[in-house]
Design a protein around this ligand. Structure first.
Ligand code: FE2
Length: 393
């Protein structure tokens, strides 16, 4: 029986090598209405295709502003950008970059709209963050186009963005509303061709984690599961090939770009489990990139979950059945072999231990006491989680 489900999708998606060229036609309908605001990393701001597009817009006397984004979005970084462009009549926000840039662009499109609505240039993104804000996230934002240039967060498919405040009393929280799904997502895998191994691994493993956590989660959604499973298969095989020294293989880049987009669709509809339940709070304690935190946790968390179910002789558990299905697409026999496949991928990336990001035993003790289960089909004890975190120190 197919149970009830809901769908919330990006209005228009352009996927494939060369699809970046379509951005010019989308911009056409906005350039007479006001200025264009591009959010980008420095590297993307110097990409030949981006430089060429902006130059041709300027030749037409279109007002184009570029806000450079570095690092994951924080309350301070978002508030600084919106204050800078408060006096500018922005008709369209375009985010081109990794997950941090896309989340920043999403936040700026929301905040510029509402700062003008309330005539308050000091209105902070913190106001609308879940758990720490004082108001519900409002509907409406400025028109928004998102273009990922890594294969990681899938932010181009989701209705939320994550904003942090790092350090004592820090947090990492979402602003979220159905209307924050972008108007257009353009996914051009050729933009990912020059990503170094560490970024390829951390972003790809974030995407794979989001897919797997969503797929095995307790939330039912047959439609999304039928998208997620083939994306897990394609994404896992592609990422392994890339990390085996074929970083410029466009076919694998396309497959992991697709997997990343579907990972956003999956997490938005099915939620996540322990890996994201822990990696979010970890990012609020110390500046560890989100993808690296996920990548490091993915193997041991899944191993603990599989071993837990096998120990309980819970052979027909929905989690094991789904992990077996994942294993088959990777040419593996069972859930344990699927875990080994993940562990081997993570090993290729050779990430630094947690202590090198500033984590201490006390930090990990506190993290293990948090409720990080989210929509996990298997429950792990506090001791198991602590042991996993310590093994990564
Ligand atoms: Fe993630």
């Amino acid at each position: 029986m197919v149970n009830q489900f809901s769908l919330l999708q990006v209005n228009k998606v352009d996927f494939g090598v060369g699809s970046f060229k379509k951005l010019a036609s989308y911009i056409d309908s906005y350039k007479s209405r006001g200025d264009l605001l591009f959010l980008m990393s420095t590297k993307i701001a110097n990409h030949p295709e981006v430089l060429s597009l902006i130059a041709s817009l300027k030749e037409e006397d279109v007002q184009v502003h570029s806000a450079l984004v570095s690092g994951e979005p924080t309350v301070a970084s978002i508030d600084t950008i919106t204050k800078t462009y408060y006096e500018t009549r922005v008709s369209l926000v375009v985010g081109i970059g990794g997950g941090s840039v896309l989340d920043s662009a999403k936040a700026v499109s929301v905040m510029l709209f509402h700062q003008h609505k309330w005539k308050d240039q000091d209105l902070s993104i913190k106001t609308y963050l879940e758990g720490v804000g004082t108001k519900e996230a409002p509907s409406y934002r400025l028109p928004l186009i998102l273009i990922p240039t890594t294969s990681g967060t899938g932010s181009e498919a989701t209705k939320n963005g994550v904003v942090a405040q790092i350090g004592e009393g820090g947090f990492k929280k979402s602003f979220r509303h159905d209307s924050y799904v972008p108007d257009v997502a353009i996914i051009d895998p050729s933009f990912t061709l020059t990503l170094p191994l560490e970024v390829t691994a951390s972003s790809g493993l974030d995407a794979l984690t989001q897919l797997m956590e969503g797929y095995v989660s307790t939330t039912e959604n047959f439609f999304i599961d039928s998208l997620a499973l083939p994306a897990i298969h394609k994404g896992g095989l592609a990422l392994t090939h890339l990390l085996d020294g074929h970083l410029d293989d466009i076919s694998s880049r396309s497959d992991i770009s697709y997997a990343s987009y579907i990972s956003g669709v999956t997490l938005a509809h099915k939620g996540l489990t322990y890996v994201h339940g822990l990696s979010g709070p970890m990012g609020a304690v110390h500046s560890i990139p989100h993808g690296i935190a996920c990548a490091k946790l993915m193997g041991p968390i899944n191993r603990a979950m599989v071993e837990n179910e096998l120990k309980e002789e819970n052979i027909d558990s929905p989690y094991l059945v789904k992990m077996d299905a994942i294993a088959k697409g990777w040419g593996k026999k069972n859930a344990l072999e699927a875990v080994e496949f993940i562990e081997q991928m993570v090993e290729k990336a050779d990430f630094k231990p947690l202590r090198e990001y500033g984590f201490t035993k006390e930090d990990l003790k506190k993290l293990s006491k948090m409720n990080s289960k989210r929509n996990s089909p298997v429950t792990l004890s506090e001791t198991t989680i602590y042991d996993i975190l310590i093994s990564l120190l």
